[in-house]
Design a protein around this ligand. Structure first.
Ligand code: NAD
Length: 290
């Protein structure tokens, strides 16, 4: 079994982007700039946004964090989005989700200029992705495709089973791997909460992508010998042996499944860092497209 080491792949991508930024600076050009809007002080969102800002600083991208109170009105948030749309110094920006319940997320996503939508959630980018046109692809599926590619995982003609149909992971993942592209050219089956006899599908997978949001859902008897396993899930579980009091686990029962598969992405250190890579790559693309 080989690990799909997302952390190492992320470091390699970070290095490549740092070199690109240095060369831009040597040419007297400004660096790409990513902005993030954070509404309210929701715990994990703060951690994610801070990591994104830190990644930018590390590679020499400009970054700005706009923090708004949890009771901000939809109108005021839309105004901020518009400001960023019109700011020529900002190449791309994200509005960290989830948003407070009184704000309609779709209204906010649709207000973002698709050319700056580095999260790839705007319907224009989703539509272009489906059509195979150049577009921003959501960071997690983008990161997974890069991880498969950079680890020389053959996808053409393989049967890929994706568990989960969310707009940010499962659905775009199924589209990307079924496209006429490399990586791609897979036969894709997408299974979800209403699928009957789910294991009968997962057992056929050459490549299994688990994006369910349920800790250790995928067990060894659901997996074919020699399959490639990508674990998207992230769950905190109590662990008194750790200083933090918790550890992270995925949607896949790593100890069981790793004995049976050819490759597996660990949690942590797999898809998580590749998601961070996906956002940085999208920001560079937004800059280059200008
Ligand atoms: P989601 O809750 O939006 O979607 C989960 C999907 O799983 C749904 O489409 C649902 O149909 C399916 N599902 C739920 N229960 C099922 C069952 N019993 N059988 C079959 N299918 C079932 O979640 P999401 O946003 O796609 O995220 C999935 C997981 O990935 C979460 O643990 C999340 O924290 C994690 N995640 C990680 C990253 C990362 O960077 N590593 C990024 C995004 C999400």
């Amino acid at each position: 079994m080989e690990l799909l080491n997302g952390k190492e792949t992320f470091f390699a991508i970070r290095e490549e982007l740092t070199e690109k930024v240095n060369s831009l600076k040597q040419q007297g050009r400004r660096a790409p700039h990513l902005a993030a809007i954070l509404v309210g002080g929701f715990g994990p969102s703060i951690t994610y946004v801070n990591a994104k800002v830190k990644d930018c600083e590390r590679i020499g991208f400009g970054s700005s964090l706009i923090e708004l109170p949890a009771d901000v009105t939809e109108e005021a948030l839309l105004e901020k989005v518009n400001e960023l749309n019109n700011n020529p110094e900002v190449d791309g920006f994200i509005v960290q989700l989830p948003l407070p319940k009184h704000i309609n997320e779709n209204n906010i996503i649709e207000a973002i200029n698709p050319k700056k939508d580095v999260d790839g959630f705007h319907p224009v980018n989703v539509g272009k992705m489906v059509l195979g046109l150049p577009s921003f692809v959501p960071a997690t599926p983008y990161g997974i495709v890069e991880m498969l590619d950079r680890n020389n995982i053959e996808t053409e003609g393989k049967h890929c089973v994706v568990i989960g149909r969310s707009n940010i992971v499962g659905t775009p993942m199924s589209i990307l791997l079924s496209r006429k592209a490399n990586p791609g050219n897979c036969t894709v089956t997408l299974v979800h909460s209403r699928t009957k006899d789910l294991a009968s599908y997962t057992k056929q997978a050459d490549i299994l992508i688990a994006a369910i949001g349920k800790a250790h859902f995928v067990k060894a008897d659901m997996v074919k010998d020699g399959a490639v396993i990508v674990d998207v899930g992230i769950h905190r579980i109590e662990d008194t042996t750790k200083k933090s009091g918790y550890r992270l686990i995925g949607d896949v029962d790593f100890d069981e499944v790793s004995k049976k598969c050819s490759h597996i992405s660990p949690v942590p250190g797999g898809v998580g860092p590749m998601t961070r890579a996906g956002l940085l790559l999208n920001t560079m693309r937004a800059y280059e497209a200008k």
